[in-house]
Design a protein around this ligand. Structure first.
Ligand code: THU
Length: 140
């Protein structure tokens, strides 16, 4: 966890990138050999980061986005400003369906979702674009 006092700016996007780079080193991905990391900016100003954690059963694998988010939620965070997802792939990876649903629980639809590669590609999107017609607590 990193403490920061900035509002969401390009500078802060770089802080998320740096945090994700740290997390990428810890990726436990012996099966897919695909390292993934995520860094999340909380409205409190803190940044949490995490990596994918694979499992021999495959199905018990935890994606980087959920690792980062669960770390933050478990520390009492509930409100989030942005997430950056980092991969070593040629093109940036969007979050999987399970992660989209989990992000929807805590992020505003307009929140920036930054998809980045270690080779310097970046794509900026929002949860709203990634999750059209989504189901969330607003439906209950
Ligand atoms: N993965 C993530 O960490 N996040 C995603 O949203 C997509 C997939 C991980 C899971 C697995 O360890 C590897 O990438 C290949 O699917």
């Amino acid at each position: 966890m990193i403490e920061t006092k900035f509002k969401f700016t390009l500078e802060l996007e770089e802080e998320l990138f740096t945090a994700a780079e740290l997390a990428l080193k810890n990726s436990y991905s012996p099966y897919s050999k695909k390292k993934v990391a995520a860094a999340i900016l909380c409205k409190s100003g803190k940044i949490y980061y995490g990596c994918n954690i694979e499992n021999a059963s495959y199905g018990a694998t935890n994606c980087a986005e959920r690792t980062a988010l669960f770390k933050a939620v478990s520390e009492g965070e509930r409100n989030f400003s942005a997430i950056l997802i980092l991969t070593q792939s040629r093109e940036p990876w969007p979050p999987c369906g399970i992660c989209r649903q989990v992000l929807l629980e805590f992020f505003d639809l307009q929140s920036p979702v930054i998809l980045a590669t270690t080779q310097g590609k970046r794509k900026k999107t929002t949860l709203k674009k990634l999750c059209p017609d989504s189901f969330s607590k607003k439906n209950l």
